[in-house]
Design a protein around this ligand. Structure first.
Ligand SMILES: [Zn+2]
Length: 313
C-alpha cells in the first residue's frame, strides 16, 4: 500500500511523505497506537516509499520493480519481524540474525535497508540491547520502523534514540471506509465501526469491545468485586492452539488496548470537566499510565484491573 492510500492518519502521513521527499527521515521511528490502528500498515507503506525506484512527492509509485516486490512481500531489502499474533516474544536469536547481522550488509537492490519491528514491547532486555546497538550507530541507508501499543513501557534508551509518532485510534468513519474498501456493505461497516473503539483488530478477530464504562467506574468509585469479575470475564478465556502464545500474554495484549482506550476517554473527559474534578481525573490518568508500565513488566492482568481501583500508592 502507498502512503497516500492510507485512511485515517492524514497529518502523520503528510509529514512522513515530506520527510522522505527531503531525505530527512530519522533512521529510527516508533509508531505508537492501539492494536489495529494501522501502525504496521503505515510502517510498510513508509518502507515502500523509501525503497521505491521512482518515488512521487515522497510516496511510492506503486509500479516499479521495488514497489511490486513490496506489494508481494518479497523485497529482499525489507525485513519484517513476526507480529504479536504470530510470536509472543521476539527472541534474541531472531533479532541477531534478521536485524543486527543484516543491518551491516549492503542492500541487494537499492541503497536502503528497512527493518520493521512490530510490537517491540515484546523485546526482552537482551534482545532490546541488541537493537540498541544498531540504533546507536545506524549504518547509512538503514531504517528501523518499530511499533508499540505504549511507548511509556519501553526501555528509555530505545525511546530516546527513535522518533515517536503517535497514531490516534481510527475514527469510526475511517474504519467504516476501510471496511467498505474491503467489500463490506455501508450499513454493516458503519455499525461495526462504532463498536470497535479505534482499531480494526477488533473486527478482524471478533474481539469484545472494551468494557470502558466498567473500567472507568473502577477508577472513580474504588474496589467493586462484581465489576472486577465482569471485566475479567470479558478478557480472552482461551488461546487458539496454533497461536504460539500463552493465555496470560493474550489477556495482557487485550488489556493493554483497553487501557489505551481508557486513557483516550479520560483525556477527552478532561477537556470538558470543571476544576473540581480535573484533579481527580489527572490522578486517575497517572494511575492508568503507571499500570500500563506494570503491564509491560508482565504483571498479572487481574492485579492490573484491581490496581485501577486503588488510589496512588
Ligand atoms: Zn515504486
Amino acid at each position: 500500500m502507498r502512503l497516500g492510500e492510507i485512511i485515517g492518519h492524514d497529518a502523520q502521513v503528510r509529514l512522513l511523505m515530506r520527510l522522505v521527499k527531503r531525505d530527512q527521515l530519522p533512521h529510527a521511528i516508533i509508531f505508537e497506537g492501539v492494536p489495529g490502528s494501522g501502525r504496521r500498515t503505515v510502517a510498510l507503506a513508509l518502507a515502500q516509499a523509501l525503497l521505491c525506484q521512482r518515488p512521487v512527492a515522497g510516496d511510492a509509485c506503486g509500479q516499479c520493480d521495488a514497489c511490486r516486490l513490496m506489494i508481494s512481500n518479497t523485497h529482499p531489502d525489507c525485513t519484517v519481524l513476526p507480529h504479536d499474533r504470530e510470536l509472543a516474544d521476539i527472541p534474541i536469536d531472531l533479532v541477531r540474525e534478521q536485524v543486527a547481522d543484516q543491518a551491516y550488509i549492503s542492500p541487494l537492490i537499492g541503497t536502503r535497508r528497512i527493518f520493521i519491528l512490530p510490537d517491540i514491547e515484546r523485546l526482552k532486555l537482551d534482545a532490546a540491547n541488541t537493537i540498541l546497538k544498531v540504533l546507536e550507530e545506524p549504518p547509512s541507508g538503514t531504517f528501523l520502523l518499530m511499533t508499540t501499543a505504549a511507548a511509556a513501557g519501553l526501555l528509555s534508551t530505545i525511546r530516546s534514540r527513535a522518533q515517536l509518532y503517535r497514531l490516534n485510534p481510527l475514527a469510526p468513519e475511517a474504519i467504516a471506509a476501510i471496511l467498505m474498501n474491503r467489500g463490506m456493505l455501508p450499513a454493516e461497516a458503519l455499525q461495526r465501526a462504532v463498536s470497535v473503539h479505534g482499531g480494526l483488530r477488533g473486527i478482524d478477530e471478533t474481539q469484545v469491545a472494551a468494557p470502558l464504562d466498567e473500567l472507568e467506574a473502577l477508577c472513580r468509585s474504588g474496589l467493586q468485586l462484581d465489576v472486577i469479575a465482569l471485566i475479567m470475564s470479558q478478557l480472552p478465556q482461551r488461546v487458539a492452539d496454533d497461536a504460539g502464545k500463552t493465555l496470560a500474554s493474550e489477556q495482557r495484549t487485550v488489556l493493554a488496548s483497553w487501557l489505551d482506550q481508557l486513557l483516550q476517554r479520560l483525556r477527552q473527559a478532561l477537556r470538558q470537566e470543571t476544576m473540581d474534578s480535573v484533579d481527580e481525573t489527572c490522578e486517575i490518568i497517572d494511575r492508568v499510565l503507571r499500570l500500563q508500565g506494570d503491564l509491560q513488566r508482565h504483571v498479572n492482568p487481574q492485579v492490573i484491573i484491581e490496581g485501577l481501583a486503588l488510589v496512588a500508592r
